[in-house]
Design a protein around this ligand. Sequence first.
Ligand SMILES: *Cc1c(COP(=O)(O)O)cnc(C)c1O
Length: 350
Amino acid sequence: MKIDLNTLVRKNIRELKAYSSARSEYRGAADIFLDANENAFGSPIEHNYNRYPDPLQIELKKALAAKQKVSPSQISIGNGSDEIIDHIIRIFCVPGQDNIITLPPTFRMYGVAAAINEVVNQEVYLTADFQADIAAIEKVITPLTKAIFLCSPNNPTGNLLRRKDVEQLLDMFNGILVIDEAYIDFTTEKSFLDLLSEHNNLIILQTLSKAWGLAGLRIGIAYADAAIINILNKVKMPYNVSDVAQELAQRALLHGNVVDQWIQQIRDQRSILSDLLKKFSFVNKVFDSDANFLLVRVDDAAALYQFLLSEKIVVRNQSSQPLLENCLRITIGTPEENKLLINALKKYAV
Ligand SMILES: *Cc1c(COP(=O)(O)O)cnc(C)c1O
């Protein structure tokens, strides 16, 4: 199904003339840059950062495109995927009028970004097995529903959404379907990226913050049809990704072998930790996970959270999310950290 983007994008965004930065206006090769009011002498530290970064992050996109077998024109880079989430809502949703659909328990940023933009967040809870409730979603979709946010593997439940459900949503929804794949590197299942070629209303979000170990650099990635990417590029701040971040991200992408080894270790540790956790009498359930964390239901999440904190271990209490009463989300650490966690839990048990 091909969606008419023009009818979906807010009028002010459709008509927006993007800011044209100095660095994007000249074409060709130049040696002397007197166009951007930078300091031509350099920077007063070891490295020079006196020049504005590439607003379109071309080199980084080329590296990502080669890796994911897409075109650089299908990629937009954000200052973290959080930034892209906000931009998606701003591009498609008229404040005070349009709405999005999210499927709690899920990543809270979608709802926060909607609230910031005065966009109604229609929450359709996941089913008991943490899958999308397609019939319930269909019921709340209206002509004012501009985007549905899915997360797979889902944070904080850890599971993948069923492919046939995602495909069904794509078939029945005329708005933007966002699939947040922040944890895709931790599963052996394939990404939804292959659906991009058939669906011009699909946006896949990935990030270098989790498996790639670069949360501090802030690199989020949107993969979508080039028409959507052009709009994302138009709406983002011209220099949203620093020179340092672009350069270090490119360097990191050359070390996929190291990351693959970590991913393997994290998966092994996930399985070990899951087995150990299940042995504690105060642990009622350890949910299966395709991510780098485990969702655990315990007798008293608030008490266990406080106890772990007193042992200098911080986890995340998810009890305020629907369906997640007494659930903690525990990120998989190094083998040493995981051992310390288990030791602390043994203390809690007595
Ligand atoms: C961590 C996380 C992100 C945030 O990614 P950044 O690129 O660091 O902004 C996005 N989505 C989900 C589901 C996450 O858990």
